[in-house]
Design a protein around this ligand. Sequence first.
Ligand code: C2E
Ligand code: MG
Ligand code: MG
Ligand code: MG
Length: 280
Amino acid sequence: RAKAEGGNRYALADPDSDARAISRHHLTHHLPAALKGCEFFIEYQPLVKMEDGSIEGAEALVRWSHPRHGVLGPDRFIPLAEHTGLIVPLGRWVLEEAVRQACQWQVRGIGGARPLKINVNLSPRQLHHPELVTDTIAVLEEAGLEPSSLCLEVTETAMIKADENELRPLRELAEYGVGIALDDFGTGYSNLANLRRLPADTLKLDRSFTQGLQRDPADPVDLKIVEGIVSLAHTLQLSVTVEGVETSAQAEQLRELGCDSAQGWFYARPGPPERLPEAV
Ligand code: C2E
Ligand code: MG
Ligand code: MG
Ligand code: MG
């Protein structure tokens, strides 16, 4: 069973404080050496099945342990890596590392009868990379992980911008058996009917919706909106994961609204791989 956990092991540098003084230029300039020097590491956050509170997988979230500025969160450097193209080798490293970790958990039988899944985020730039499909399949085969144990998360915004050529690699990976999640759903402006053409099997409802349910009693309109999205997603055969669940009241409400899975501080904060087995 997932259990609520205490503080964060690493306090991410506050983007609003002095850390902002580290220039984008400086960070951008140091990204390649940081990748070579193994300054990146991954924290894992459990994904919980709402029905029984069991852990079905984890999302890999990259961090940069900067030698002078401490631990930087992905919002600080992913956009820069995306801009320079370094996201391709960095993203590949995250994929390899996370897949290797998932294999290790599976071999140790963590998660019980159902094999633990691993979710990895993909940037738009990676969608354009011609080797995405072959690279991903190679990483899975080399590690010996079932494709169905991997889920790639692409934001709704990136997906709706993608044309058929850019969606093709995702379609191919989906056919190969890899799961595809529509991340941060509700922050973009999808034409809802358009959801049908996307190769996704999971919809991750953005944290902003979960926050809307925080008030007690929750705003009835917010409740109706979430209920509507869940029902539409289920009609389209998409499973629904909610992000940013911070309280038991939210968890209970979202479970009643029919959400399938959840992720958030209420269950567990992102943490080092050693901590995941304790949460299961
Ligand atoms: P995301 O994929 O939507 O990941 C969820 C974010 O919500 C994570 O932030 C996580 O730490 C945070 N979070 C989880 N539970 C809670 C909660 O209960 N309350 C609150 N307030 N926050 C919660 P993080 O780790 O800072 O990552 C930010 C974004 O960076 C991710 O958003 C993802 O889009 C991107 N990212 C992370 N790792 C990678 C990566 O390896 N590659 C790419 N391309 N993007 C990544
Ligand atoms: Mg994500
Ligand atoms: Mg998300
Ligand atoms: Mg998000």
